[in-house]
Design a protein around this ligand. Structure first.
Ligand code: AMP
Length: 371
């Protein structure tokens, strides 16, 4: 079996998983890198310690999660010096995410010079979205000059769960249309026709679309001008507010859906309104993707909220019975894989996401290695 190490390097953390085929051989998280009392002084030291500890005999590949692949990287790519330079050029598009990945890639290439490494991009699955789903109706000169376009994120997760949904339904991927709802701390929706992504809710950055833990999701862009001109906030302050103090955190003070649900049960009106905004936005996206796809075989929930919150799933799809969408209460409460009624025209599914496994698979495929 092919042994693959998957690394997800953030600005101060390294998440790792070592696979033997599909078996997880080792996994963990190194935190607070570079911080006082943290696990390591820098990424190089963190990775060195990790590699000393792990049994890397027969390691065939390292797969790195990279958030932003820009226009150039539309599939998993074997890493060369030139690829590293290209990922570096994409930093302005993902200033919070790409630098961590780059540091990890550089350190790993030094530590394991003989092991091929592959970059797997969060944006790649969305490369099949047609131009009308990518571009906005703004001045085309600005669009072209500044590369204004939708990229979309969470692609590894949307790809994995849409394929798993087809497997669950026993239908070929190429003939299965799925709306995938990745609801974690970050959240996004995707419309997938026959295994190819046709629409997604995140945009040039991961700020647009669904309501998230701390991100606002869709807003009228004029809020930004108003907050600048009338409230006197700087652009940086507005960005900080929309990305870190928006979403459920902004509405309730708590970014964690578990806490919001507890407050909801206790009758807190802020939590009630926030929950209604969160689930209504989901219903709006589901409706718009139903219209885009025409025929939908399944709606699939995944990630922290999607996999665990029966309440969110039921509320998001409430009232859609005339469209063939039902949620069976008992199945929903049990977090069953299929939570719709038997024979319903649209299956409603709960599929745990496996982003690391998908990255390992993509790395193997990029190197033409066997599973
Ligand atoms: P992720 O980003 O996929 O790790 O998801 C993390 C988020 O999932 C947390 O911030 C919680 O809001 C949410 N979550 C995890 N477990 C539950 C649960 N049992 N019920 C509701 N939300 C949950």
């Amino acid at each position: 079996m092919t042994r693959v190490l998957v690394l997800n390097c953030g600005s101060s953390s390294v998440r790792y998983r070592l696979f033997d085929g599909t078996e997880v051989h080792a996994k963990g998280l190194i935190q607070q890198i570079g911080e006082e009392g943290g696990d390591a002084a820098d990424h190089r030291e963190a990775l060195q310690n990790l590699m000393d500890r792990l049994d890397l005999s027969g390691l065939a590949a390292v797969g790195h999660r990279v958030v932003h692949g820009g226009e150039r990287f539309t599939e998993a790519t074997v890493i060369t010096d030139e690829v590293v330079a290209a990922i570096e050029e994409l930093i302005p598009l993902a200033p919070l995410h790409n630098p961590g990945a780059l540091t990890g890639i550089r350190a790993t290439r030094k530590l394991l010079p003989d092991v091929p490494q592959v970059a797997v991009f969060d944006t790649a699955f969305h490369a099949t979205i047609p131009p009308e789903g990518v571009l906005w109706a703004v001045d085309r000169e600005l669009t072209q000059r500044w590369g204004l376009r939708r990229y979309g994120f969470h692609g590894t997760s949307h790809a994995y769960v849409s394929r798993e949904t087809a497997r669950l339904l026993g239908t070929p991927v190429a003939e299965t249309n799925v709306i995938t709802l990745h609801l974690g701390n970050g959240a996004s929706a995707a419309a997938v026709r026959g295994g190819r992504c046709e629409a997604t809710s995140m945009g040039m950055t991961p700020l647009s679309g669904l309501v998230m833990g701390t991100r606002s999701g869709d807003i009228d862009p004029s809020l930004v001008f108003h907050l600048h001109r009338v409230a006197g906030l700087s652009v940086d302050e507005i960005e900080e507010s929309l990305t870190r103090r928006g979403g459920m955190a902004g509405l309730t003070g708590a970014n964690d859906m578990r806490e919001v649900e507890q407050r909801l049960t206790a009758g807190d009106p802020d939590a009630e309104l926030a929950f209604a905004i969160y689930t209504r936005r989901l219903r709006e996206y589901v409706g718009s993707y139903l219209a885009l796809l025409g025929r939908v075989d399944a709606i699939t929930f995944t990630a922290g909220v999607g996999e665990n919150s029966a309440h969110v799933r039921a509320a998001a799809l409430a009232g859609l019975e005339p469209l063939g969408i039902t949620v069976d209460e008992a199945r929903n409460q049990r977090n069953d894989l299929i939570i719709s009624a038997d024979g319903a025209p649209v299956a409603v599914c709960v599929v745990p996401t496996e982003e690391e496994l998908e990255i390992a698979d993509e790395a193997r495929k990029a190197l033409s290695l066997p599973a």
